[in-house]
Design a protein around this ligand. Sequence first.
Ligand code: HEC
Length: 220
Amino acid sequence: MFTGITHTHVAASVIFFLLYLIKTILLLANQYEALQSFSRRTRIVEGIFGGLMLLTGIYLYFTSAFAGQMWLTIKIAGVLLFVFLGVTSFRKRNKLLAVFNLFLFFYLFVISRTKTLTGKETWIEERLGQLHQLPADPAARGKILYTQLCAPCHGADGMATRSGAKKLTESEVSFFQIPEIIRQGPKTMPAFGPYLSEEDIQAVTQYVLTFRQTPTNDAP
Ligand code: HEC
């Protein structure tokens, strides 16, 4: 469900953006008549995909592991600004504003991918950067990595299902599959392979398994 809605949201956003891009090109080329007729003919399509983007966006927000984070709040404010500036720039035939809006959309796209405000690194790199010295002991290491990287979706107790995640307390995948799941990231789970060493992956795997023995595990 979450994966399907995420794909729908991205597809609707891309179509919405393409319509905006075509209109911007017509505006920049002084093709005002073509711009008007294109706008008129695509109004319904634009309304449908805009509405779809909004509805799926609302659903994703309320099920997301990232709700309330700064980058996401800025993104939502940015989308509203984008729509407002888009309407204004075509109505006033303001080329500068239309081009500025293209950059604004690009920025919103980048922060959606990285889930950080600067867009320079991903949220995973940002969180790993906050961990200065990891303990050598695998159990302690696994717990810290889990808390930083996995708990946003799976919850500190493995019971949460944010961003489409599954309860790890009820998980039935085999011990041997877990490292591969962490490396590749099924569905909307990110692939952690590029960020974690083999040792880290083993440590997190061990920690994940502790949820199964004590389903209400919340040890300090
Ligand atoms: C952005 C959210 C998110 C984050 C962060 C995340 N996961 Fe997941 N996880 C998911 C989703 C989505 C699935 C797939 C659920 C499904 O198959 O329906 C999943 C599936 C899994 C599964 C397989 C469960 C099963 O029974 O099929 C394991 C194990 C798992 N994650 C472990 C982890 C670990 C360990 C981390 C941290 C290194 C992590 N996840 C980080 C969202 C996340």
